[in-house]
Write a protein that binds this ligand. Structure first.
Ligand SMILES: CC(C)(O)[C@@H](O)C(=O)O
Length: 599
């Protein structure tokens, strides 16, 4: 065992080795001995390390963690710890109805109870699929025991007829092809399935690769670990090293609060722009920040991130996939480019006990087709912009997926008025969108702005990835492949649609979107960062009054107890969509002591 581990400082001793509480110690011990752990092991002063297992048959993106956990255990054991693996509420982005976002806060709550209420001195967080990463980091932030994240890694690259097919990204393209009659149902499924050739999560720069990259940028996983594809042997080695390292972290008392500092979040925002990260990242980082007590208003994404160039050439903003990202150098190669241009707070400490500067400064890019040097980026000023107006207090737009033509015209050309106006077509939820999008009587033209509402944390509930709406089939046939899309829902990180999304407050919370009507003129000025319905204040107030009199914006009833509970206390996406009030429980392992005895 590591000599510097001080058994008297271990919280697990309050359960397993506490002569002053002999009555309870026996009860706490005996059941953990019933599967073969010895008294000697449990009372030796070795740290008890949890392996928070997010993998299962229900969560295929994270399922490979079941295999990796064996190597984590070996690392823990070798460094002198005792591993205890336990299940985390499963979340599969592509499997959970109505949406995996509903489960992020549920998984967070469950993990907080486990980390706090059991004899754990440190924890390995097995992260991967979109919501599993923030849920785990949010819980680690709240409880604040030493924690290290282990990514499961992306799937291998997908291929179809000689072309790379990326998870999610190919779905949106294939949906258009199906709608335009270019492929049939069977070909559609074959094309989409080609993007998922192995175990792991999305091989694109979707939300999963984004959140796993940002976890590394935050300092919460080993340097170089995020991009390793799931089936690679390097991933197994990384699992072993992660297990070893958590035992040392317990000895060093290196906790999330030491790592998840303001500087760490600023680094993550900069890295997100350089990688072309998902529009889901601001929601999750805000949530993690609130649980650790760091103030991270939504405007910081534009202030710190907008002027950062796009360096990573991964779909949907670029062309390559996860294996290429790893071979090109992954997160450390990106961070090194940002360091050399003064954009990283280098002193931020990471899980390996070194600073991000020490870890990354000397890393070189291995393939400049996939990770571009700072001086020769894929795009300048590639980060998010934050808009506001009478439609919402805030919404974001991912500028690195805006077409060059649109960007030159509306965002970067100072001689152009910089605003576009269109007539609104409003869908109340994705069901209405799917039912009506191809219906010619709805009168969607190339000058229409598509809106979707009722898709936020309360309305859906949880918030759905539905804002990237395709044009009607008849416009696709005419060559119109995109219409401006706006909504109070989210969008898959794998989508290249330059939507205006995550609008807060949502319609269900009576944000301005609730007042919009099909046929209204809407003006969006990307340079001024505004989005407004072009009607008078009086008309807006009278619509609000009418809606309030009718009981507010209507959305479907809750179908489960958790839907109802979450709807009553969830906040808006701009501030992380966390359970409001939960953020007052901070660093509870230190501030709330050990929980009371159970018997
Ligand atoms: C399921 C997806 C495709 O992973 C999506 O949720 C994303 O945001 O990337």
């Amino acid at each position: 065992m590591n000599d510097s581990v001080k058994p008297e400082g271990l919280r697990s001793r309050a359960w397993f080795d506490n002569p002053d509480n002999a009555d309870m110690t026996a009860l706490y011990l005996e059941r953990y001995m019933n599967f073969g752990l010895s008294l000697e092991e449990l009372q030796s002063g070795k740290p008890i390390i949890g392996i928070a297992q997010t993998g299962s048959d229900l969560s295929p993106c994270n399922r490979h963690h079941i295999v990796l956990a064996e190597r984590v255990r070996e690392g823990i054991r070798e460094a002198g710890g005792i591993a205890i693996e336990f299940p985390v509420h499963p979340i599969q982005e592509t499997g959970k109805r109505p949406t995996a976002a509903l489960d992020r806060n549920l998984s967070y709550l469950g993990l907080v109870e486990v980390l706090y209420g059991y004899p754990l001195d440190g924890v390995v967080l097995t992260i991967g699929c979109d919501k599993t990463t923030p849920a785990a980091l949010m819980a680690a932030a709240t409880v604040n025991i030493p924690a290290i994240a282990l990514s499961v890694g992306p799937m291998l690259n997908g291929h179809f007829k000689g072309q790379r097919t990326g998870s999610g990204t190919i779905v949106w393209k294939a949906r258009e092809m199906l709608a335009a009659g270019e492929i049939d149902y069977k070909e559609f499924i074959k094309l989409v399935a080609s993007s998922a050739p192995s175990t792991g999560y999305c091989n694109t720069m979707g939300t999963a690769t984004t959140m796993n990259s940002l976890t590394e940028a935050l300092g919460m996983s080993l340097p170089g670990s995020a991009a390793i594809p799931a089936p690679y042997r390097d991933r197994q080695e990384c699992a072993y090293l992660t297990g070893k390292r958590i035992v040392e972290m317990v000895a060093e008392d290196l906790k999330p609060s030491d790592i998840l500092t303001r500087e760490a979040f600023e680094n993550a925002i900069c890295v997100n722009s350089a990688i072309g990260g998902s529009t889901n990242a601001p929601i999750h980082l805000a949530a993690i920040a609130r649980h650790i007590g760091v103030d991270l208003p939504i405007g910081e994404w534009e202030r710190l991130g907008h002027e950062i160039p796009l360096l990573v050439n991964l779909q949907p903003a670029g062309e390559y996939l996860g294996e290429d990202y790893y071979r090109a150098g992954g997160v450390p190669a990106v961070v090194a480019q940002l360091i050399r241009n003064g954009l990283i707070r280098e002193a931020a400490i990471t899980v390996n006990g070194k600073t991000i500067g020490e870890n990354c400064a000397d890393v070189e890019i291995e393939d400049e087709r996939v990770i571009r040097p700072y001086a020769d980026p894929l795009m300048e000023n590639a980060g998010f912009i934050v808009l506001s107006g009478n439609l919402f207090d805030s919404a974001i737009m991912k500028t690195c997926v805006i077409s060059k033509e649109f960007r030159d015209r509306y965002l970067s050309n100072p001689d152009d008025p910089g605003a576009f106006e269109g007539s609104a077509v409003v869908f109340d939820g994705p069901e209405e969108y799917h039912a009506k999008i191809d219906n010619k009587s709805v009168n969607i033209t190339a000058n229409t702005i598509l809106f979707i509402r009722g898709a936020g944390p309360i309305g859906y509930p949880g918030s759905a990835e539905v804002v990237n709406m395709r044009p009607p089939a008849y416009l696709l046939e005419e060559g119109v492949h995109a219409l401006p899309c706006v909504g109070d829902g989210r969008q898959s990180g794998t989508s290249g649609s330059p939507s205006i999304l995550n609008a807060s407050p949502e319609a269900a919370a009576m944000g301005g979107l609730a007042l919009l009507r099909t046929g209204d003129r809407v003006r969006i000025d990307l340079r001024k960062r505004t989005a407004d319905i072009l009607i008078s204040e009086d008309e807006l107030s009278s619509r609000r009054q009418q809606l309030e009199n009718a009981g507010g914006y209507a959305y479907p009833d809750s179908q489960t107890p958790w839907q109802e509970i979450q709807r009553n206390i969830v906040g808006q996406m701009s501030s992380g969509a966390i359970l409001e009030g939960a953020e007052k429980y901070q660093r509870i392992a230190q501030t709330r002591g050990i929980p009371r005895d159970s018997h």
